[in-house]
Design a protein around this ligand. Structure first.
Ligand code: C2E
Ligand code: CA
Ligand code: CA
Ligand code: CA
Length: 282
């Protein structure tokens, strides 16, 4: 048993070493990704449950590494946060997303919002309002059409500083959304104090609403509570007609997810929004 224990320990150590090495490799490749032009954005539309119109799109970062192949954001975003690279990447994302929206606006898409994910590191670093003000000015987009998404857990872990940062951003006229909502119940009180416009219900909840009565009840409660605070509610990860019907019945304002569309290349997204005809009865 003793020998086995030692072997097991050694096994874990080696596995951890391998993982650490792999993370270091990815982080070092990521450092060159911008210069090598390996990053791009895809855009996922969202739809109003009131009239079926496309109300906005979310910019999602993609990385194809020449050395390592496609690496998903769930892997490289946390690494970029650990290494601080997210500041540089995040600024690139903001610039690219706003530039894309500006081009779409020239093609007549003037009534949709561009949602951009912002890491709490960007938020807490302090110069995000300056960066955003500059990008908004350079691209000429109306600030209210830019919607910044910050995750609930991140904001709550740094509640005081985050709140101050969000106020500074709000003063610029941009919209603010809390992402991945539904995992930290202790935070409902804080929500009232945050200068936000929108709540995005986490896809983990949405995925189960038509099977799990608890998730159904939680989702319904979150929608009611958000509305009582005057917030717009978006459900993410909507994949089925049943989920859509339930959310609509509960008064959820908007949906995003594979039911409507996968994230799309800019050209395809522009075409999608242009040709979309609302099908919901009003
Ligand atoms: P998120 O902000 O919650 O984004 C939604 C994720 O759900 C995206 O994954 C999207 O492709 C996926 N998704 C959309 N519809 C559905 C659906 O119907 N079903 C399922 N199962 N999934 C759906 P993605 O693109 O892999 O991004 C993962 C996460 O990486 C994002 O979660 C976000 O937290 C982060 N991320 C992506 N791009 C950026 C970025 O530019 N900056 C920062 N800071 N984070 C980013
Ligand atoms: Ca998001
Ligand atoms: Ca989310
Ligand atoms: Ca998420």
């Amino acid at each position: 048993a003793k020998a086995l224990g030692r072997n097991t320990f050694q096994f874990y150590t080696e596995a951890m070493d391998a993982e650490a090495r792999q993370r270091a490799t990815i982080a070092s490749s990521l450092r060159k990704a911008l210069e090598r032009d390996e990053l791009r954005l895809v855009f996922q539309p969202r739809m109003s449950l009131v009239d079926g119109r496309i109300t906005g799109v979310e910019a999602l970062l993609r990385w194809h590494s020449a050395e390592l192949g496609d690496i998903p954001p769930s892997v490289f975003i946390p690494l970029a946060e650990e290494s601080g690279q997210i500041l540089r990447l995040g600024e690139w994302v903001l610039r690219e997303a706003c530039g894309t929206l500006a081009r779409w606006r020239q093609h007549g898409l003037t009534d949709i919002a561009m949602a951009v994910n912002v890491s709490v590191l960007q938020l807490l670093r302090g110069n995000l309002p300056e960066v955003i003000a500059e990008i908004v000015e350079d691209t000429g987009i109306p600030p209210a059409r830019l919607e910044l998404e910050v995750t609930e857990s991140m904001v709550m872990a740094n509640a005081e500083q985050s709140t101050a940062a969000l106020h500074a951003l709000r003063a610029l006229g941009v919209s603010l959304a809390i992402d991945d909502f539904g995992t930290g119940y202790s935070s409902l009180i804080y929500l009232k104090r945050l200068p936000i416009d929108t709540l995005k219900i986490d896809k983990e909840f949405v995925g189960d609403i038509t099977h799990d009565p608890d998730d159904e009840a939680i989702t319904a409660t979150v929608i009611t509570m958000a509305h009582s605070l005057g917030l717009n509610v978006i459900a993410e990860g909507v994949e089925t007609e049943e989920q859509l019907a339930y959310l609509r019945e509960q008064g959820c304002d908007e949906i995003q997810g594979f039911w409507l569309s996968q994230p799309l290349e800019p050209q395809r997204c522009l075409a999608f929004v242009h040709t979309w005809r609302p099908t919901l009865a009003t």
